[in-house]
Design a protein around this ligand. Sequence first.
Ligand SMILES: NC(=O)C1=CN([C@@H]2O[C@H](COP(=O)(O)OP(=O)(O)OC[C@H]3O[C@@H](n4cnc5c(N)ncnc54)[C@H](OP(=O)(O)O)[C@@H]3O)[C@@H](O)[C@H]2O)C=CC1
Ligand SMILES: CC(C)(CO)C(=O)C(=O)O
Length: 316
Amino acid sequence: MKITVVGAGAMGSLFGGLLAERGHEVTLVDVNAAHLQAIQSQGLRLHTDQSDRHIRALRACRPDEADGVPDLVLVFTKTLHTASALAGVAHLIGPETHVLSLQNGLGNVEVISQHAALGRILLGVTTWPADLVGPGHVHSHGQGVVRLMSADGRDRPFVATVAQALDEAGLACTVDAAVWTAIWEKVAFNAALNSICTATQCTVDQLGAIDDGPALAFCVVDEVLAVAQAQGVTVHADACKARVADAIGRHVGHKPSMLQDVLAGRRTEIESINGAVVAAAAAHDIPVPCTRTLLQIVRLVQARQAGTAPAGSVIH
Ligand SMILES: NC(=O)C1=CN([C@@H]2O[C@H](COP(=O)(O)OP(=O)(O)OC[C@H]3O[C@@H](n4cnc5c(N)ncnc54)[C@H](OP(=O)(O)O)[C@@H]3O)[C@@H](O)[C@H]2O)C=CC1
Ligand SMILES: CC(C)(CO)C(=O)C(=O)O
């Protein structure tokens, strides 16, 4: 399969590298010049539990250098960059090209549908972890899975083809018609842990220092899942809270990506996580005070980091 990965940071490099190792024709498209240059000169260094190796059978380039129409565009930018990233590769998206998002948060289909019909959008969720440790150098340790489906909910042959390609690449991928359950439960997990850690500058395990930490996280989970249910999505609150409690118990010293973004002076994915939940809650008239307050605090934190006021982001 001819695959273009748009946003080849931690996750895009992991997925692109593993797919290239399976013989797929992979192009990594990114805007990080040092990362691109390192891959171009030495290959992608991928350090997994299996081995630490360099993958050279792939191309890495800027959006304006990419050419040829791929079968699949795999979007792995942070959600706030999806629209501009897809605009940058619009020349690659042909009438038969499918676009897959495994990004966190909500609203990904809406953004991608500016560039591809709903029947050509694939949507999913992944629990694989990855870190960009330096230019051209990605770590991924532990296990994960991928679940995906066609965004229009139909049983489409290409979805099974993509799932098979990811599965054969070692990414444990299944087609799952209940992907919205997994997406909302992951949104609840991220809305709780990422925003609380970003607001407090706690690592995930430090949320367990006093009972108020888990209690606040569980409150956010309940709010987010109430919104999911109002949208007709089946969710499992106890299982989701157990995953949150497990992370607090085991993610010792880990700074969630949102906190890492703030500490590095970057904008965060807060709008597509807590922000999207607050917007959906308003449409259903569901109160989400904890999720909303954390959204406001993280907006303030990232505005302070950027040294600017958060234009146009006031909640009415
Ligand atoms: N990392 C993880 O463990 C997991 C992440 N996710 C989700 O996956 C998504 C990607 O996360 P992650 O890989 O960590 O993010 P990264 O920040 O590591 O990678 C995103 C990459 O996209 C690049 N980019 C930004 N703008 C553009 C553009 N216009 N065109 C092309 N590339 C662009 C960034 O460059 P630059 O840095 O220069 O802006 C960066 O290299 C997020 O939604 C995240 O929540 C999901 C599961 C686990
Ligand atoms: C999994 C989590 C929420 C922390 O445990 C995280 O690190 C992230 O999404 O960035």
